[in-house]
Design a protein around this ligand. Structure first.
Ligand code: NI
Length: 138
């Protein structure tokens, strides 16, 4: 084995791996390991980028969730109410039978926005989320 390389075993739901494999095939990865390395690098850089954002920002938080998971809709509404001071707008789309997309416009201090993102991402039933900061407030 190459020096500095650690081999790890990961347990994944079958459908998650199938979806991942389908994407890396389209994107032309030669190996699953290389694709996973890229995915991890992306995850790290996104986290670091979020960490580096400071002060007043305006942005959009996009959430995909499974509304058939008990309590998720109530939990998300409750979280949004407790962060109403930084939420400017909220849009809900009933994507398909089991999935909803929520687009939340946030404006305020990045520290508080990060708290909101952390609470939402930790909510059971939330499938994915993405935070995009649009511009710094002047
Ligand atoms: Ni819905």
């Amino acid at each position: 084995m190459e020096e500095g390389i650690t081999r790890i075993g990961v347990s994944l739901p079958k459908n998650l791996l199938e979806e991942f494999d389908a994407i890396i095939k389209v994107r032309g990865y030669s190996s699953r390991s290389e694709a996973i390395r890229d995915a991890i690098r992306g995850y790290i850089s996104e986290y670091k980028w979020l960490e580096s954002e400071k002060g007043e920002v305006i942005g959009v938080l996009v959430i995909l969730y499974d509304h058939t998971i008990k309590g998720v809709s109530d939990a998300l509404i409750s979280i949004q109410h407790s962060f109403s001071d930084i939420i400017s707008s909220d849009m809900h789309l009933h994507l398909r039978e089991d999935q909803c997309l929520e687009v939340i416009v946030v404006k305020g201090n990045m520290e508080e926005i990060k708290n909101l993102v952390d609470k939402i991402s930790a909510t059971r039933g939330v499938l994915s989320h993405k935070m995009i900061t649009a511009q710094k407030k002047i």
